[in-house]
Design a protein around this ligand. Structure first.
Ligand SMILES: Nc1nc2c(ncn2[C@@H]2O[C@H](COP(=O)(O)OP(=O)(O)OP(=O)(O)O)[C@@H](O)[C@H]2O)c(=O)[nH]1
Ligand SMILES: [Mg+2]
Length: 487
């Protein structure tokens, strides 16, 4: 425990510029608001500092190759989420039936993914059904390529479905086992990023340099080389083709001495591509299928987690509400002339522990206190304390000249700030739950933009104030002026 201060650090009128400060939260339930005024200590806040300095953009890593074990692991994660959902739904009888049917749908999707692993083979075929999708920029030859491949190569590959997707990012494209990304020149930045997005998503891709007939032989080789060099770091291969080479002018010397000029249509040059495709669909079909199943399993995990988050939100919102009224009462009763953010911070620390428990995140008391300190710091830095007080003081007008000066304003302000903190924490926990556990970073400094966005939405401050007043002792003394300016 740090050094106990005689007076809490004041925020608002004095402004919080001192940097980091912490306080001890009474370790029991926060319900008794008098406890909130307990020991106040100055801590080091090192945990927060340490996390603040971390780079948030990690070095790019190619996703691990997909295999059956990876698919099964991802499906096991879905299981874990669904089991948590089933358990937690028990506490919520009103939505139990709805959740049970959502769980059944998810289970079916899991079964479908497993079944998809044996595509084609399950029908007694010796080849795996695969879907290839052609995409890329405008007029690069996507449609022409689809036509050529259908007419020639695909005749011997009847298990293949070939789709000309165009430029759009469709669900069909995302579901394809192999993407042929067509470009007709050096990749633009945006094309490179698109390719990377596929790779990041774990979608196998082949880069196809089309229209190479438009370049002199030397230049062709150079473009292909540049593409292959760029692709190498992504683990993507590149091939050069000419789907519909431009007609070539042919001069012929006739016996009578005249020169006849005709145009000849050269044959398509697709060999590099078709050889690669044949090899992929015949020898690497299982890898392609596993990659698709893994993407599907991951998407399923996201949707299962979203269901769980909806469920948890229903538990979390009452906790936020409880905390905000405790904050209101505590701030109202405070003898200090300005908003006592320290007391609010103690309440927020407890809220972080409680919300963490709902979202399956265990924090130590120290971490919760540091996080609440960060939240308070952000609230002050973003000017939300000032802005809330201003907005509310114009809303709260007393009929009696002597409305409990400060007390009511402080109570409602503290409640509103706790409300915003609680909602941004819920958002934050939901976002974290969708990350791979290894990528989760409970750096509460990230809450800044969320807090600000919530505050700027600023809707319902008047309704909120009216509600808050019901939770304060002297509510008769104050009314909310419906005509007063809102945020
Ligand atoms: N010189 C040359 N022209 C080609 C080649 N491949 C396609 N083209 C021509 O490029 C033009 C566009 O071809 P499309 O197949 O319509 O291209 P696309 O990507 O489907 O175009 P959008 O769907 O409009 O984006 C057509 O005139 C094709 O004949 C090629 O290898 N060499
Ligand atoms: Mg087209």
């Amino acid at each position: 425990m740090g050094i106990a201060l005689k007076r809490p650090v004041l925020v608002g009128g004095l402004g919080l510029t001192a940097g980091l400060w912490l306080l001890d939260v009474v370790e029991q339930s926060p319900v008794d608001s008098s406890m909130m005024m307990g020991a106040i200590a100055l801590g080091s806040g090192l945990w927060w500092l340490k996390n603040l300095g971390k780079p948030t953009v990690p070095v790019w890593e190619k996703p691990a190759a997909a295999d059956r074990a990876a698919v099964e692991a991802a499906l096991a994660e879905v299981n874990a989420v669904l089991e948590a959902l089933a358990t937690e739904a028990e506490f919520n009888p009103s939505s139990l039936t709805a959740i049970e049917s959502q769980i059944a749908t998810q289970r079916q999707a899991q079964a479908d993914i497993l079944k998809g692993l044996d595509r084609g083979l399950d029908r007694g075929l010796d080849r795996t059904d695969l879907t290839l999708a052609i995409t890329g920029g405008k007029a690069v030859g996507k449609t022409a390529l689809a036509a050529q491949l259908t007419a020639n190569w695909q005749a011997e590959q009847s298990q293949i479905t070939l789709l000309d997707i165009g430029e759009a990012q469709t669900a069909e494209l995302a579901a394809a086992d192999l993407v042929l990304f067509v470009a007709a020149a050096d990749l633009t930045d945006s094309e490179f990023q698109q390719v990377r997005t596929f790779v990041d998503a774990g979608q196998p891709l082949l880069l196809v340099f089309n229209k190479q007939d438009q370049y002199a032989p030397m230049e062709r080789a150079q473009i292909l080389q540049r593409m292959q060099a760029q692709m190498a770091e992504l683990g993507v291969e590149g091939v050069a083709i000419a789907t519909v080479p431009s007609p070539i002018k042919v001069r012929r010397h006739l016996p009578n001495g005249e020169v006849e000029e005709t145009y000849e249509q050269p044959a398509p040059e697709l060999d590099a591509l078709t050889a690669k495709l044949t090899q992929q669909v015949e020898q690497e079909a299982q890898t392609l299928v596993m990659a698709t199943a893994l993407r599907q399993a991951k998407a399923l995990k996201v949707s299962a987690q979203a269901l769980l988050n909806d469920q948890r939100r229903q538990q979390a919102l009452p906790l936020v509400e409880q905390a905000q009224w405790i904050a209101a009462g505590t701030a109202f009763a405070s003898p200090l002339p300005t908003l006592d953010l320290l007391a609010t911070t103690a309440i927020n620390a407890q809220l972080i522990l409680d919300l963490g428990a709902v979202y399956g995140q265990k924090f130590s008391l120290e971490q919760a206190k540091a996080a609440a300190g960060t939240l308070a710091e952000l609230t002050v830095k973003l000017g939300l304390v000032e802005l809330t007080s201003q907005a509310l003081s114009s809303l709260l007008k007393s009929h009696a000249v002597t409305y409990v000066a400060g007390g009511v304003l402080q109570g409602v302000s503290a409640a509103y700030l706790t409300h915003l903190a609680g909602l941004s924490l819920i958002d934050f926990f939901e976002a974290q739950s969708q990350l791979d556990p290894r990528d989760r970073q409970f750096t509460f400094a990230q809450l800044g933009p969320r807090l600000q966005a919530l505050f700027q939405q600023g809707t319902g401050l008047q309704t909120f104030a009216r509600q808050a007043l019901k939770h304060l002792p002297s509510s008769q003394a104050v009314t909310v002026d419906a005509s007063a300016a809102s945020l």
